[in-house]
Each structure stands twice: as structure tokens, then as C-alpha cells.
Design a protein around this ligand. Structure first.
Ligand SMILES: *Cc1c(COP(=O)(O)O)cnc(C)c1O
Length: 397
């Protein structure tokens, strides 16, 4: 057996691979440079062009570009009319923003458990957590896999709930052939550099509902209205605008929009390469019983953002932490997505307790994400597989 790097052996590779990385090429650089020397570097034509492009990509009628994915979730909660006293059901295996957005508007996040095989929110658990205060569901398309829209939509219809998708991981994913972004009431995207396409920082909300669209605009742009037809008071003149609601400055710049338009032109290329790598990993880990891989529902055509491996700790002599550190020493740097949101001190102080979502906690105890991004070469992918298998060999019972 080969000596693990953590015990003084030779690492599988010299340079560290991280779990995610953007892919910026010459076209992107050119697009940004052009935007920079235009008259309008924010609130200009590129934002509108980006929103049009996002509608094309997602099949949604409307898109509002915002400064980041967290702002997108905040705007969605505002547009949904969520407020004090309301409850919002989401998954604990997500980035904290999926729950924080409810807190931003004075509501209470309620954590439903995940499906132990798909790792997405379990529709039965959503239903079990509904009370007369429940106002919305924030369903997270975790790792990029679509949530079970048919079942979740049915539950939302039955109980009069608004369905918001946190699709920060899921641009490019389809559910039964329909792109994520045009399903449910509102869909939120993030364009942070680790996500599938990036604008540096950035986000967007898509919807098919004109009234939600109007509210999303207001929420993201100070609640200000300029269109003469939409004014409450009579116009004082050509300069006149009105602040009708309390909104925020969540605008995306034209510089960022230029980058994202250029990136979206490569979405298919990025998506295809991600799928290729996922297939290689699935194939490689099929005959490694110590490694459990995420189940994919047949309805989801997934552009995978994260590749999560779950350790079958009964078959290993190590803890997740030891496995993580050993893989890292091989220069394949894993990450854990995510610490269950309600473990965090902020939520603990609010009274959330460990034990709330047993499946989510079980997954958390054994999981880690391994590198997945389109710029990885075949040899990088092989190194990851070699390193994972080497560490498994080193620790298997
Ligand atoms: C990245 C992410 C967000 C937040 O997006 P930002 O653009 O970083 O604000 C929200 N939810 C999930 C699931 C994410 O991965």
C-alpha cells in the first residue's frame, strides 16, 4: 500500500487543486475592457442586455440582475411579501443565505430535512413543517440538481405558498426538459466566481409573473419609479422620480454585466465539461463501496456545480476530518458544503437545536466536495480519482 502524504508519503500531485475555480478567457477580458470605456459603466445598456440573455437561458419572462445571489434571495422575499410572523421553509444543507433571507425580512426560517439519497429538500418533510404561518418555500437546487418540482409545486399550491428556488448552483440545469429559472414563482441565481458562470459578484432573480417582476425591480433599486405611467403623484417635470417603497441598492454594474454576457455564451461548453467530469467520477467511484455518491433524479438534467462524496464511515477506520486532511495532503483540496445552517451560533442563539434534521446531520458528518470545474484537465480529474482511492485504501477496514 502506498504511504499517504499525510504520513510522509509523496503527494499524488505537486500543485493543489481547489474545489472550484472560474474560467476567464480573452473574450471575457475584451468584453469587460469595452464596457469600461463606455459612457455608462452602471445602469447602462449591458444590464438590460444581460437580463434579456438570462430570460433566453432560463425561459423565464422576466429577469432582474442584482449585485449578488444573497441580494437576489432578499429581493425575492420582499417581492413575495414575506414579513414578521411568517415562516419560510428551507433546507439546512445550503449556504446560510438561503435561510438568512427570511431573517432579513423579519420572518422565521424553518428547516425541513433532506432526502438521504438526492440531498435535496424532501417534499414530505416540507409538508410536515407547514403551519398556518408558512408563507413560502426556498427550495435549494443543491449541487445543481433540480429539486422535485412536481411534488413541491403541488404542496405549495395546496397550501397557498410561494415557491422560491435558490438556484445559485443550478444555472443550466433542466427539470423535465424545462430550464431551472422558469419553474415556480421566482428563481434566484448567484454569479460568484465559484459558480458555473461568473460576473465577479452578481446575482439575478427570474420570474414569469409581471407583478412579482415589478416588486423585484423596486426592491433592488431603492423602491424608485421613473416611468410616468407608474407614478403615484403627478410628475413635476422631466427630472421627476418617486420612491414608492423602501428598497435597496442591489444593482449590478455594466462592467459585471459585460463579463456575465460573455460567460453565458460559454454556458453550454462549461456545462458539458462539468457533466463529463461528473460522469468520470461516477464511473470511478462505482466500485468503491466506502464512497457514496449523490443520487440523480431522472427528471433532472444537471449542470453540476459541486461533486459531493459521502464517506461510508462504517467501512473506514478514519473520521471525516482525517479523510479530509489526508486528501488535502495529497494536494487535492476538498471543502465541505455545508455545515447545517442551524448549527451556526447565530441560529443556535435563536433556539435552533442539533437534531432538527437527522438526515442532513448524517450527511454532514460524512461528506466533502472534491474539485469540479471546467478548466480541470483530464489529468487533474485522474489525480483527484487517484487521490480519493489512495486515501480510501489507506483507511479502509
Ligand atoms: C453562493 C450561494 C448563495 C449566495 O450567493 P452570493 O452571490 O455569494 O451572495 C446563496 N445560496 C447558495 C446555495 C449559494 O451557493
Amino acid at each position: 500500500m502506498e504511504k499517504l502524504a499525510i504520513n510522509g508519503g509523496t503527494p499524488v500531485r505537486k500543485e493543489k487543486l481547489f474545489y472550484g475555480k472560474q474560467w476567464i478567457d480573452e473574450d471575457d477580458v475584451k468584453a469587460v475592457a469595452e464596457a469600461l470605456t463606455d459612457d455608462l459603466i452602471t445602469c447602462g445598456p449591458r444590464v438590460a442586455a444581460l437580463e434579456k440573455k438570462l430570460c433566453e437561458v432560463t425561459g423565464a419572462k422576466f429577469a432582474v440582475a442584482v449585485s449578488n445571489g444573497t441580494a437576489a434571495l432578499h429581493c425575492a422575499c420582499i417581492a413575495a411579501g414575506i414579513g414578521a410572523g411568517d415562516e419560510v421553509i428551507t433546507s439546512p444543507i445550503t449556504f446560510a443565505a438561503s435561510a438568512n433571507c427570511a431573517v432579513y425580512v423579519g420572518a422565521t426560517p424553518v428547516f425541513a430535512d433532506i432526502d438521504p439519497e438526492t440531498y435535496n429538500i424532501d417534499p414530505d418533510s416540507i409538508e410536515a413543517h407547514i403551519t398556518d404561518k408558512t408563507k413560502a418555500v426556498v427550495a435549494v437546487a443543491y449541487t445543481g440538481q433540480s429539486v422535485e418540482y412536481d411534488r413541491i409545486q403541488k404542496i405549495c399550491d395546496k397550501h397557498g405558498l410561494i415557491l422560491i428556488t435558490d438556484a445559485a448552483h443550478a444555472i443550466g440545469t433542466k427539470y423535465k426538459g424545462q430550464p431551472v429559472g422558469s419553474i415556480g414563482d421566482m428563481t434566484c441565481f448567484s454569479f460568484h466566481p465559484v459558480k458555473t458562470v461568473t460576473s465577479g459578484e452578481g446575482g439575478a432573480i427570474t420570474t414569469n409573473d409581471p407583478e412579482l417582476y415589478r416588486k423585484l425591480r423596486l426592491a433592488s433599486q431603492h423602491g424608485i419609479v421613473r416611468n410616468p405611467d407608474d407614478l403615484v403623484h403627478e410628475s413635476d417635470g422631466a427630472w421627476y422620480y418617486e420612491m414608492q417603497e423602501l428598497g435597496f441598492n442591489y444593482r449590478l454594474t455594466d462592467i459585471q454585466s459585460a463579463l456575465l454576457i460573455s460567460q453565458l455564451a460559454k454556458l453550454k461548453k462549461f456545462s458539458d465539461r462539468r457533466k463529463e467530469i461528473v460522469n468520470k467520477y461516477n464511473e470511478a467511484f462505482r466500485d468503491v463501496p466506502e464512497i457514496i455518491v449523490q443520487k440523480e433524479i431522472p427528471e433532472s438534467d444537471t449542470t453540476r456545480h459541486l461533486y459531493v462524496i459521502q464517506l461510508d464511515l462504517d467501512k473506514l477506520k478514519c473520521t471525516r476530518r482525517e479523510f479530509f486532511d489526508a486528501l488535502s495532503a495529497e494536494n487535492v483540496q476538498p471543502q465541505v458544503h455545508y455545515v447545517p445552517v442551524y448549527y451556526f451560533p447565530f441560529y443556535e442563539k435563536k433556539g435552533y437545536k442539533k437534531g432538527l434534521c437527522p438526515e442532513a446531520e448524517k450527511l454532514y458528518n460524512g461528506m466533502m466536495s472534491i474539485p469540479l470545474y471546467p478548466l480541470m484537465t483530464d489529468s487533474d480529474v485522474d489525480d483527484v480519482i487517484t487521490a480519493v482511492k489512495k486515501v480510501v485504501e489507506g483507511y479502509k477496514k
